[in-house]
Design a protein around this ligand. Structure first.
Ligand SMILES: Cc1ncc(COP(=O)(O)O)c(C=O)c1O
Length: 456
């Protein structure tokens, strides 16, 4: 074992394939259904929204999918991202644990999101698409797609959840710097946005609403497609570069994780780091505990129901089986905007249902406390979303100390918090609170789930 702090790889080692966990699952994931017919959706149903190449990846069961040369070329701007050993944090915690983190904050937008934004923009350009609409919660995804649009010459329109739009003016400025248009959602640009504003003029917005707005535009305009920054199979697939690189970097460190931790909003950064290791386990390799960490204010995996639901509030998307709080669930305006989604990626939900991963929820105050401790030791200020993973990793490391056991803990530091300093300012000023739900509130949100008969 070395005493390095950073494990770096040359850009020639950027993976040549993404890893598709569907190939190794003990049971196939449930089918995606058309909300009108309740029959499985086919490629033609999705064609108004996505190019065929991405639809192909969405339903693929091939283990490896080649990363196109032009995508690898753009990845070279920031990949291979560093794997750090958190030696200073370990010391501060007085833990025998070996803590590693993969740092995705070195990307142009400051998070893991460009890994899929670049790929999606590339496939859209190949299909001759000139314009893409999307939504963004924290602003990380919107800025990533804006960057990718600039790279491949595609116009990008972003519906940004209103509370984040107000909390993070510099994210909007970043999107505009890359040449995208950024609109606060709910907006008057779409029929659905106008209907929400008529009912609730002061709506904070939600990812579910912003998705409906972006989908409405893509579905109604021939020149426009839609892109999603998480949840879908092809998005999780593109994020596996993170875990694949980490595997090789850990080989240099002569180590292997006992525990992997990732935060979960829609599930993509978590899947990105965890699925390559889980796949290896499923093929007979070493087993690893995998922990998904979510906000207690939006607890889809830990308190949601595993059921068919819509991906958006306006019910324009197909039905997917996932852990959900109900598409009408309106999370409060807590500061991890990227984790405020009512559902969870169907693939992450499926592996949770199969008992292959664990899930845990934390309140925002304890996550900020963990993030500040991390920043003071490691120097990097994590995004509020990433603080959930930091907190999860610290808890695991403290358990090692209590048990007197040295385990290797790997987590995904999925983004930096440089655009989120208002959140830290509010935290230091004592302005942040924790949201607690009783079962009745959650049951109410779930009462509107679509009724889908179980297959015979
Ligand atoms: C920094 C960061 N982490 C995590 C997330 C959550 O998304 P996912 O679960 O797809 O990784 C977001 C989403 O915007 C984000 O910006």
């Amino acid at each position: 074992m070395t005493d390095s702090v950073k494990y770096l790889l040359d850009e020639s080692r950027i993976p040549r394939h993404w890893y598709n966990i569907v190939a190794d699952l003990p049971a196939p994931p449930p089918l995606v259904l058309h909300p009108g017919t309740l029959k499985p959706v086919g490629p033609d149903d999705l064609a108004p929204l996505f190019p065929m190449s991405l639809i192909g990846q969405e339903v693929s069961a091939e283990r490896e999918i080649e990363i196109p040369g032009p995508v690898r070329d753009i990845y070279r701007q920031w990949r291979v991202t560093p794997l750090y050993r958190a030696r200073r944090l370990e010391k501060a915690l007085q833990t025998p644990a070996r803590i590693y983190y993969k740092y995705e904050g070195v990307s142009p937008a400051g998070s893991h999101k460009p890994n899929t934004a670049v790929a999606q923009a590339f496939y859209n350009r190949e299909a001759g698409v000139k314009r893409i609409t999307t939504e963004t919660g924290a602003g990380q995804w919107g800025s990533s797609l804006a960057f990718a649009g600039a790279v491949f010459g595609i116009e990008v329109q972003v519906f940004m959840v209103k509370v984040s739009y107000q909390q993070k003016p510099y994210r909007r400025a970043l999107m505009e710097t890359y040449g995208a248009q950024c609109i606060a959602s709910p907006s008057i640009e779409t029929e659905y946005g106008r209907s929400v504003l008529a009912r609730s003029p002061d709506s904070n917005g939600s990812l579910g609403i912003a998705i409906s707005e972006a989908v409405e535009i893509a579905a109604s305009r021939d020149d426009t497609k839609y892109a999603l920054g998480s949840v879908l199979n092809h998005v999780l697939l593109h994020q596996t570069v993170v875990g694949l690189e980490a595997m090789e970097q850990l080989e240099i460190a002569d180590d292997y994780p006992d525990v992997i931790v990732g935060c979960t909003g829609g599930g993509s950064n978590f899947a990105g780091i965890a699925f390559p290791f889980l796949g290896s386990q499923l093929r007979g390799g070493r087993s690893v505990r995998i922990v998904a960490v979510e906000p207690a204010a939006c607890p889809s995996l830990t308190r949601g129901r595993y059921a068919y639901d819509f991906g958006d509030t306006g019910h324009m998307t197909p039905l997917t089986k996932m852990h959900t709080l109900g598409s009408a669930f309106m999370p409060p305006g807590f500061h991890a905007g990227g984790l405020r989604y009512h559902g969870m990626a169907p693939l992450v939900s499926h592996v949770k249902q199969l008992g292959l991963i664990e899930a845990r929820a934390y309140h925002q105050l304890q996550c900020f406390e963990a993030g500040v401790l991390f920043a003071r030791q490691e120097g990097i200020v994590p995004a509020p979303e990433a603080n959930h993973a930091v907190k999860g990793a610290i808890d695991e490391a403290e358990r090692c100390r209590e048990e007197g056991v040295s385990r290797a803990i790997l987590f995904n530091l999925c983004g930096h918090g440089h655009f989120d300093m208002q959140a830290y300012t509010d935290y230091f000023a004592g302005k942040l609170t924790d949201n607690v739900y009783d079962e009745r509130e959650l049951a109410m949100a779930l009462s509107g789930l679509p009724s889908v008969p179980e297959p015979a």
